[in-house]
Design a protein around this ligand. Structure first.
Ligand code: MG
Ligand code: MG
Ligand code: MG
Length: 305
């Protein structure tokens, strides 16, 4: 019986590349695993897969009765609906510990570093398994994406070291130039619907029994979205009703200005204002220096609930 390896819902590049990389490693170690994904591929991930000639993992949203490895998450809200009927063999992640539990012992590689692919790189080193050239290139891109080219406060020396080593393996010296190309691909919004934009990097969280949804768009220049703000708000309101959310946040993260424009629809916006020590104007606020949802948003918002 095959084991499936997959990342969170609304998969980002870390979830997709991580599934491919972890599955490859596990297979080298003698297991029989298949990388899968829980949702559509983002423009950024498409850029990475194309650049290194990889196919997207197959879409699979149901895992009852299957053995699974999870990468880049451990929250029920980011899991397949039937995750409780699957056997979790292991978790590889770099987020806060979520609310999944298991009935059987499992393997856990969870580190407070910039990217799950950095953890996978450490696993390859641990087992003395060589990383194929093109896979190394994809892992490097995933780390550069998650760490926002090393600018994110989540980035550690372990991540920069991993990128340098992976760049040697894949033979791409100017990895920052490649990363900029990748972020430009990621910034493409032409023709995208408000819902597509609002869910591109969307995650739902259970905050002490209250559902909060947070999307983040990391862009080279967020001003291209200024004409579409009203449309984004209207769709956020719809998402809030459809999913029974208390709060919907969208972070328009400008990776050049190094901060985020926060869009907020909430039953109690004062919780959001208190979390970020700011006043919302027209349901918006500029959060200077905020690049990371996991490190600069969740830890401040969670205690408000
Ligand atoms: Mg992720
Ligand atoms: Mg990640
Ligand atoms: Mg991210």
């Amino acid at each position: 019986m095959a084991t499936y390896v997959f990342g969170h819902t609304n998969p980002d590049s870390d979830s997709i590349v991580g599934a491919i990389a972890l599955s490859y490693l596990k297979n080298q170690l003698g297991e029989d695993t298949i990388p899968t994904r829980q949702g559509d591929i983002s423009p950024e991930t498409e850029f990475i897969l194309k650049k290194f000639g990889y196919e997207a993992p197959q879409l699979k949203t149901s895992y009852a009765g299957e053995n699974v490895y999870l990468i880049d998450f451990s929250d029920i809200a980011q899991s397949p609906k039937d995750i409780k009927e699957a056997t979790i063999l292991g978790i590889v992640d770099h987020h806060k510990l979520g609310d999944l539990t298991t009935d059987t012992p499992l393997e856990c590689w969870i580190r407070p570093i910039g990217c799950s692919n950095t953890v996978v790189k450490e696993m390859f080193d641990h087992y003395h398994i060589e990383i194929p050239e093109k896979l190394a290139g994809m892992m490097m891109c995933a780390i550069l994406s998650d760490t926002v080219i090393f600018k994110s406060p989540t980035c550690t020396k372990v991540d920069t070291k991993a990128v340098k080593e992976l760049s040697k393996i894949c033979g791409i010296e100017d990895y920052k130039a490649l990363a900029m190309e990748m972020f430009i691909a990621k910034s493409a919004v032409d023709g995208a619907s408000a819902r597509n934009l609002n869910t591109r990097d969307y995650k739902a969280f259970d905050m002490n029994g209250t559902r909060v949804g947070i999307n983040q768009l990391e862009m080279v220049d967020i001003s291209v979205l200024t004409p579409r703000i009203d449309e984004l708000f209207a769709d956020m309101q719809k998402m809030k009703e459809e999913e029974g959310l208390h709060t919907v946040l969208v972070l328009l993260t400008d990776i050049m200005k190094e901060g985020s424009q926060l869009l907020c629809i909430s039953d109690d916006a004062s919780k959001v204002e208190n979390a970020f020590k700011t006043k919302l104007e027209n349901n918006q606020a500029w959060l200077d220096g905020v690049l990371s949802r996991k490190k600069q948003v969740i830890p401040f918002l969670q205690p408000q609930f």
